[in-house]
Design a protein. Structure first.
Length: 324
């Protein structure tokens, strides 16, 4: 049975916690693709990524007993940082599991807001398995980074903001694909908003972190070995027992694109040199699709294209390596 999403309540929770991020016109890209290109700068979100939205929606929906017991999450960094921030504001105990390869900037951000950070597991999936066990044994609520209706609704508030900021529904929205909460939430929100214009929702995966795309092609959730990638925020599985995000991506997303490590690195450099924005690898895959011509708008259509820059949390050493 398909999940239902309360975007109105999610939007209220997000407004209480998150920043209304700017929608910036990119003139160079607009000229390149022959139509207005707008960048939704979630890299400027309070915790450095869009994940704050889903965390705000989910934690705000917990009842008093669930808040007292606390929450558990597993994260490659951005989700954990968001959970830690919102949990501190709502006075909810939080424990965040992260894999051993977590970006130190993200780990520092998790701990800075008071959450307990447990570094364990050579892969995201190993870390997540440990988090599941702890949540079960402690009686705490497990908060998925992607497979939860409230988290998905929170991420979908990006679409609501974009339509309001543009004053119309865009012709296309490009966003990163990992566990599916972001582009799935955007697609679901656009569907609910309706309106006269059909909006293409384009899911962009890193070639080295494309478990959801492989699952869609297989017709069911699958597991893949983890690979080293600039888009570490997109790494990890989607869960073989995925209940919400797999079905959402399967049913709502018709267009998929992949980008290479070289294309991601070039997009990160473009963001710094041309936009004066720091965007992490996982946050830059959507703009990489346009810059590399991996995706382009159909020539017989018009209307603005929106690209989600989903995160900006990257270690200075990693960014310097890409820029060099």
């Amino acid at each position: 049975m398909a999940a239902t999403f309360d975007f109105a309540q999610a939007a209220q929770a997000v407004a209480d916690v998150a920043r209304r991020t700017p929608l910036l016109r990119d003139d160079a890209l607009s000229e390149r693709v022959g139509r207005p290109v707008w960048l939704k700068a979630e890299c400027l979100q309070i915790t450095g990524s869009f994940k704050l939205r889903g965390a705000a929606a989910k934690l705000s929906a917990l009842d008093g007993d669930e808040r007292r017991r606390g929450v558990v999450a597993c994260s490659s960094g951005n989700h954990g940082r968001a959970i830690s921030y919102v949990a501190e504001r709502l006075e909810i105990p939080a424990t965040v599991y992260v894999p051993e390869w977590v970006d130190p900037v993200k780990l520092e951000g998790i701990r800075a807001r008071g959450a307990d950070a447990v570094v364990t597991g050579a892969t995201f999936d190993e870390s997540e398995a440990a988090a599941f066990i702890f949540a079960t044994e402690s009686g705490r609520t497990y908060v998925s980074a992607y497979d939860d209706p409230w988290v998905i609704a929170g991420q979908g508030t990006i679409a609501m903001e974009v339509v309001d900021q543009l004053g119309e529904t865009p012709a296309a929205v490009l966003a990163p694909l990992s566990g599916g909460g972001l582009i799935g939430g955007i697609a679901a929100a656009l569907h609910e908003l309706g309106g006269p214009r059909y909006c293409r929702t384009v899911a962009v995966s890193a070639e080295a972190a494309a478990v959801m795309l492989a699952s869609i092609r297989a017709g069911a959730p699958v597991e893949l070995p983890e690979e080293e990638t600039l888009a570490s925020a997109l790494a990890g599985g989607i869960g073989l027992d995925n209940r919400h995000s797999f079905q959402l991506i399967r049913d709502r997303i018709a267009e998929h694109v992949t980008v290479s490590e070289a294309q991601i690195g070039e997009a990160m450099r473009y963001c710094v040199s041309s936009l004066r924005l720091v965007v992490e690898g996982g946050g830059a895959v959507a703009i990489a699709a346009l810059l590399s011509d991996a995706w382009g708008p159909p020539p017989d259509e018009d209307g603005p294209v929106v690209v989600v820059l989903s995160g900006g949390n990257v270690a200075a050493s990693a960014l310097a390596s890409v820029l060099s």
